[in-house]
Each structure stands twice: as C-alpha cells, then as structure tokens.
Design a binder for this molecule. Structure first.
Ligand code: GRF
Length: 188
C-alpha cells in the first residue's frame, strides 16, 4: 500500500509512521511527504530519504488553483491513501472527491466535539474532563468525515493547551499508526 503523508508542523506523527515502517510494524510505502510550507516534518522526511514536496498557498493566485496543483501533485504518486498528519489546511470538495474515502486525518479532540484548528484549546476552554483524538476519513466538511478510531485522554488539573496537547499526541502517534495498519486495500 502506498501512502502520501501531508504535514504542516513538527511532524512527530509522521515520525511515528516512518519509525513503524522502518521497524517492520507497518507494511506501507511512504511514496512522498508533502507540506504547505517548509517545516520540521519535511526535514524529518528528507533525513529519512523520502521524497518531499511543498505546495504553498502563497505561491498560487487563489485557493482554487492551489487545490488543483496540490491534487495533481498528490496524484503523481498514485497513493492508495493520503494521511493528513497535522496538515493544517482545508482542502476543497473537488480534491476530497478525487480521493474519496482515501484521505485520513488525525484531529486532537473527540469529534464531533471541538472541530477546527484549535481542538485542544477549545476543549480546555469548555472545561471538559475527558478529551482525546479522532482518526477519521476526510469529507467535504471540516473534521466531519466518518470516524475510524478514537482514544480518550483525561484533562488534568492545571493543564495548559501545550501540556494537554502533548499527552494527546502520545496517544495520537500510536493510534494513527494502528489505524493506517488496518486500512483496507482500496479497490481501483
Ligand atoms: C497533531 O496533534 C494533529 O492532530 C494536529 O496537530 C498536531 C500535529 O503534530 N492537527 P505533529 O506535527 O505530528 O507533531
């Protein structure tokens, strides 16, 4: 199974995928790692000898064109699945349709609660006692697609957004790898 992993930041979820592949625990080929900007995730992929690409919104006249360029770039690698591992961009409905039920996202909250870019901050602000993470297929909404797996993480007294997010990410790295391992081979 071939995957393309998309990142925007530190890339620790990507690292857990790369480590699982290197250790023989995850039987996938990482065809490429892409990002919307230069970031540590891209550096991690380069250090591992994986092909990388950057499609930055600012390098394109508008969002529509950015989406089409990104879609074409991903398609070049002919992936079975695309994994959004901390990819902090919303892609349009046409891109989602092109890769229907093949884009997997990880979100640091228990969806459908606290969708969007600040899931950890919003859960903390709401005062929930349990939050967690969700691995789900991407549909044309924001964090609304079919849920593949979830794990709960308790909110502790005195938690900050950073401390809570760090504990969520410990679980997230494991669950993302497990979920990818269980994806069915798409029929095409
Ligand atoms: C993850 O918690 C992901 O769910 C969120 O951003 C974080 C990315 O972390 N959207 P990393 O770049 O994998 O370290």
């Amino acid at each position: 199974m071939r995957i393309v992993v998309m990142v925007s930041g530190s890339g620790t979820n990507l690292q857990s995928i790369m480590d699982a592949v290197a250790e023989g625990q995850l039987n996938v080929e990482i065809a490429a790692v892409g990002a919307d900007k230069p970031c540590t995730g891209i550096e991690r992929a380069q250090a591992a000898g994986i092909e990388t690409f950057i499609v930055a919104p600012g390098d394109h006249p508008d969002r529509e064109i950015w989406n089409r360029v990104l879609e074409a770039k991903i398609a070049e690698y002919d992936p079975d699945y695309i994994v959004f591992a901390g990819f902090m961009r919303i892609v349009d409905a046409a891109l989602v349709a092109r890769f229907a039920n093949r884009i997997v996202n990880t979100h640091p909250a228990l969806l459908p609660s606290f969708p969007g870019a600040h899931g950890v901050r919003d859960a903390l602000a709401h005062g929930v006692k349990i939050t967690g993470l969700t691995v789900h297929f991407v549909d044309s909404g924001v964090d609304t697609g079919p849920i593949l797996a979830q794990a709960a993480v308790p909110v502790l007294e005195g938690d900050t957004e950073e401390s809570l997010h760090e504990r969520i990410k410990v679980e997230e790295r494991q669950l993302l790898v497990q979920t990818i391992a269980q994806l069915p081979q798409p029929s095409n």
